[in-house]
Design a protein around this ligand. Structure first.
Ligand code: ADP
Length: 488
């Protein structure tokens, strides 16, 4: 049995079945004792009747009173009636023949008493009556003694059974306690020890080698909390680093902006001066101007990143946003690249539209660049509920499990991401492009934007080749969606 609840129910049912079974047995025994007591009272009544019969027999022999004879006859009749009416009780104590003989004796006794009443001086008859009366009383006495012994035996048996039942219940309770202790307390104690380690700063994962379903899911949830804790710790450190980097960048970018535009305009002026520039000088000045502009573009992206724009959340129709973004990039898309879109109409999220568009632009641009002239770019959007298990593929962000989210993926059929680059792909200035071709800020900015929206992002290589970037965004409410933190 894999579930703790099942095991507890099993123990409970076993105990309940034992209790019911033992109660039924006790009830049957009490019933038996009650029947024996009743039989005993009948036998006692019979014995009393035989004693009375003897008493009036003696009185009759002594005083010859007709009432004594009447009483004697009455008790003889009563004894026969009792014997016939409760034959079963008597047969159980003496055999059926014994009961029949006793009845014959009583009938014969009645006849002899009647004969003796006719001839009171007949001593032989009187002796015969006395002997028969004595035999009847002795039989009654034996019957009563046997019945009492039976009752004592039944009571002793009942006591023994009760003792065995109590011991069985105590034993089973002990066993149940031991099993529950093994099933519940031990794993809980192990968890407690691991949690204590966590309290002391060690993020040790709990072992998942637990067969009970409830404890296994508790362990899984606990491990998930630890994962989340570790991820948040990592994000916090990253955010702190980025905050200082942002301050530094904005300072440097401001300082660089003016000299760069001065260099660019000076180069242009010199280039336009026909007296000054020969052909070779012109080419060199064009190179200076070109590189200066490139440097200015990088500085602009840094300033863009560092600028604290207001986060304005509004309902954004994803199908519309993707369509518009693709329109912007129309000129960049080579004819050999095919587009595949799976975007349900009317699906909205609460987001800052320009920022989300910026993130999409960066991802699509990267995919187009990676594919070159031929390939397939596919964008898929679907609404779902974030689960626990699929969080592992999401590298960075703060997605809450169980929340209603939208998953957006951008996949391409390019060469894929170099495996060693995957863990660092969202870091600022990380690029695999040759010097002068990439600044390594595109994915970093995407990551920051998604994080601001309370979402998460992941990158992976597809088994069939190519790369896939997955974004998960909470559906959110435009009224309440605020940026997680604002970048400086
Ligand atoms: P940049 O494009 O300036 O290098 P990015 O931050 O946009 O900066 O990208 C960082 C790196 O991620 C790129 O240099 C590239 O190696 C890798 N990358 C991004 N998108 C893809 C993609 N679709 N396929 C393969 N590699 C990619």
């Amino acid at each position: 049995m894999r579930s703790l609840q099942g095991k507890i129910i099993l123990v409970y049912l076993a105990l309940a079945a034992l209790a019911v079974g033992l109660s039924l047995i006790a009830l049957l025994e009490i019933n038996l004792i009650a029947r024996k007591t009743e039989a005993g009272s009948k036998v006692a009544e019979f014995f009393d009747a035989t004693l009375e019969l003897r008493r009036f027999e003696k009185n009759h022999f002594l005083y010859g009173q007709p009432q004594d004879l009447q009483e004697n006859t009455h008790y003889a009749r009563l004894a026969i009636d009792l014997l016939q009416r409760d034959r079963e009780a008597f047969v159980a104590l003496i055999s059926p023949t014994g009961a029949l003989n006793l009845e014959h004796d009583l009938t014969r006794y009645g006849r002899l008493m009647a004969a003796h009443a006719q001839s009171p001086d007949n001593e032989t008859l009187a002796t015969e009556v006395r002997a028969l009366g004595y035999r009847i009383v002795t039989a009654g006495e034996t019957l009563a003694a046997k019945e009492r012994q039976n009752l004592r035996d039944a009571l002793a048996k009942h006591q023994r059974n009760l003792l065995v039942s109590v011991s069985a219940v105590a034993g089973l309770l002990l066993l149940a306690g031991l099993f529950l202790g093994r099933w519940v307390t031990r794993p809980l104690k192990e968890m407690e020890a691991s949690m204590e380690a966590v309290a002391h700063g060690q993020l040790t994962r709990l072992s998942l080698d637990i067969s009970e379903r409830e404890l296994a899911s508790l362990t899984q949830a606990f491990n998930h909390v630890l994962d989340e804790l570790e991820r948040r710790q990592h994000t916090l450190v990253r955010a702190e680093k980025l905050a200082s980097l942002g301050t530094l960048l904005s300072g440097v970018a401001h300082e660089l902006n003016n000299p760069l535009s001065n260099i660019s305009s000076t180069a242009q002026i010199l280039n336009e001066d026909a007296n000054f520039a020969s052909e070779i000088h012109r080419e060199l000045l064009t190179d200076i101007d070109h590189e200066t502009r490139r440097a200015a573009t990088i500085v602009r992206s840094l300033l863009d990143y560092a600028r604290d724009r207001n986060f304005h959340s509004q309902p954004v129709d994803l199908a519309e946003l993707i369509e518009e973004t693709l329109r912007f990039l129309k000129t960049l898309k080579p004819t050999g690249v095919e587009m595949k879109l799976h975007v349900p109409a009317g699906l909205t999220v609460a987001a800052d539209r320009p920022r989300l568009q910026q993130a999409l632009l960066n991802l699509i641009k990267n995919a187009l660049e990676a594919m070159g002239n031929y390939g397939e770019l596919s964008i898929e959007v679907c609404r779902r509920k974030a689960g626990l298990s699929d969080e592992a593929t999401m590298l960075a962000g703060s997605c809450r499990p169980g929340a209603a989210v939208v998953d957006l993926t951008v996949s391409d059929t390019g060469p894929g991401i170099p495996p060693e680059a995957v863990p660092r792909i969202f870091d600022p200035f990380f690029t695999t492009k040759p010097v002068g071709y990439g600044n390594g800020l595109g994915l970093f900015i995407v990551h920051e934007i998604i994080d601001e929206h309370g979402g998460c992002i992941g990158a992976e290589n597809l088994p069939e080749g190519g790369a896939r970037f997955s974004i998960r965004l909470p559906i959110g409410d435009p009224q309440t969606t605020q940026p997680k933190h604002s970048t400086q």
